[in-house]
Design a protein around this ligand. Structure first.
Ligand SMILES: Nc1nc2c(c(=O)[nH]1)N[C@H]1C(S)=C(S)[C@@H](COP(=O)(O)O)O[C@H]1N2
Ligand SMILES: [Mo]
Length: 418
């Protein structure tokens, strides 16, 4: 027998072992695919077919794209709320899982065979990938786009590194996880106090300590700690999607926890000032230009308010995970398409009067233009749009990612066919 590796002498928690790691692994095995899938769906919702998903060119990592539905209206609110919300809630579980396998993370030498080397590399992709995704995701929520590189590009490619590591890890570890789960009864664990908590049996290639300390917390205590951490994160973040009284608990909310109760008092992603929207751009001289037909149609705000108005209760759901549902009134986009002379457009290209900024334009799919609730909104909650929310007119389309609900619209090009 070889001597006991030093690493197993150094890490002495008696809780560490196959059971705890397997329980945490099982939680991630269920939760992570939801985070991954909703993340990839967000990429598709951005409209890669128009080259407006970021990064636009992903080489052979191209996903099968489809037209993002405009029904139900809360679809993107759900998928992106889950992506960000569940992603954050799982952070304590990820950290606990890393803690539980720490003796094996820093194994020296890192690998003794080709097979082991492959496993180590997949582990590096898994651990590096998940930490990179957490850090970039959280930074994007808490601070706007502070990166020298595109958040989206980093988060997208980082996701694939993580996914590859995750899939390989599952393939290798599933049998071990099942054995680990069977090694203790959960009911037994939940009944065992700290004083009765015994160390896991030592195995040379396992996780358990060779020379364990006495337990300072029971296994059920450890689970409660991780579960409590996840619940705390849930309470601190859920309010940004759920709204109502839960907003007041959402201490981590990046875009203002308490808002007034006026018709325009809800989250603002980018203010008119930040977007350099000045009154000369949006005042009496503002015009909406519709193109795509035989000749452009130019309307002022009075012409728009004179058209039949439609009201819809629709969410804005940002990629950052927050969402808010408001009551919008304006002219249906399909009426504008008809007026422009393109009653059945294949797509519509919307441009803001905002001159710079990555989000001053968006392409909408056919179903997003023709949906009866898809609006060029002029009013919200019974009042004119405020400058921050896009006065004189903004796009609001059911289930559309927030970013494409363009504010301060100046031009819409309805594109026929192909
Ligand atoms: N012209 C323009 N429109 C824009 C943006 C922008 O930066 N410029 N931000 C978008 C983003 S990312 C979101 S989430 C929504 C937020 O709308 P709100 O600020 O009215 O809540 O507006 C979208 N429309
Ligand atoms: Mo957004």
């Amino acid at each position: 027998m070889s001597p006991t590796p030093r690493r197993l002498l150094r890490w002495r928690s008696p809780l560490r072992g196959a059971w705890l790691t397997s329980v945490l692994g099982a939680v991630l095995l269920v939760g992570m695919p939801v985070v991954i899938l909703t993340g990839l769906l967000s990429y598709i919702a951005y409209g890669p077919q128009f080259g407006q998903a970021i990064p636009a060119d992903v080489g052979w990592l191209k996903l099968p794209t489809f037209d993002w539905p405009a029904d139900p209206a809360w679809l993107y609110r759900l998928t992106q709320g889950l992506h960000v919300g569940l992603g954050l809630v799982l952070v304590p579980v990820v950290l606990a899982k890393l803690w539980s396998v720490i003796p094996r993370l820093f194994q020296v030498p890192p690998a003794r065979s080709i097979a082991q080397l492959v496993e180590r590399v997949s582990l590096l992709m898994l651990v590096g990938g998940v930490l990179f995704e957490i850090v970039t995701g959280v930074l994007n929520i808490q601070y706007d786009y502070i990166f020298g590189f595109s958040f989206y590009t980093a988060h997208y490619f980082g996701a694939w590194v993580f996914i590859a590591g995750f899939v390989m890890h599952i393939a290798v570890k599933i049998p071990r996880m099942r054995a680990g789960l069977r090694s203790r009864s959960m009911r037994e664990v939940l009944r065992t106090r700290t004083a009765d908590t015994v160390a896991e049996p030592f195995e040379p290639d396992g996780l358990a300590a060779a020379d364990p300390d006495p337990a300072t917390i029971s296994r059920r205590g450890a689970l409660a700690l991780v579960g409590g951490g996840a619940a705390l994160v849930a309470v601190l973040t859920a309010g940004q999607t759920l709204g109502g009284w839960t907003r007041h608990a959402a201490l981590l909310l990046p875009r203002g926890r308490t808002l007034g109760d006026g018709p325009n008092d809800f989250q603002v992603n980018r203010t008119a000032a930040a977007a350099r929207i000045t009154p000369d751009l949006t005042g009496d001289r503002w015009r909406l230009t519709l193109t795509g037909g035989s000749s452009p149609v130019v309307l002022d705000r009075a012409a728009l308010t004179a058209m039949p108005q439609h009201t819809a209760h629709l969410p804005i759901a940002c990629v950052e995970g927050w969402s808010t549902t408001e009551t919008w009134t304006g002219v249906p986009l399909r009426d504008l398409a008809r007026l422009a002379g393109v009653p059945d457009p294949a797509s519509a290209f919307v441009q803001s009067v905002e001159r710079r900024g990555a989000f001053n334009r968006a392409t909408l799919q056919r179903n997003q233009v023709l949906h009866p609730d898809a609006l060029l909104a002029l009013r919200v909650n019974g009042a004119d749009l405020s400058p921050d929310h896009g006065f004189p007119a903004r796009i609001i389309v059911p289930a559309l990612p927030g970013v494409h609900n363009t504010k301060w619209v100046g031009r819409i090009d309805f594109r026929a066919g192909g």
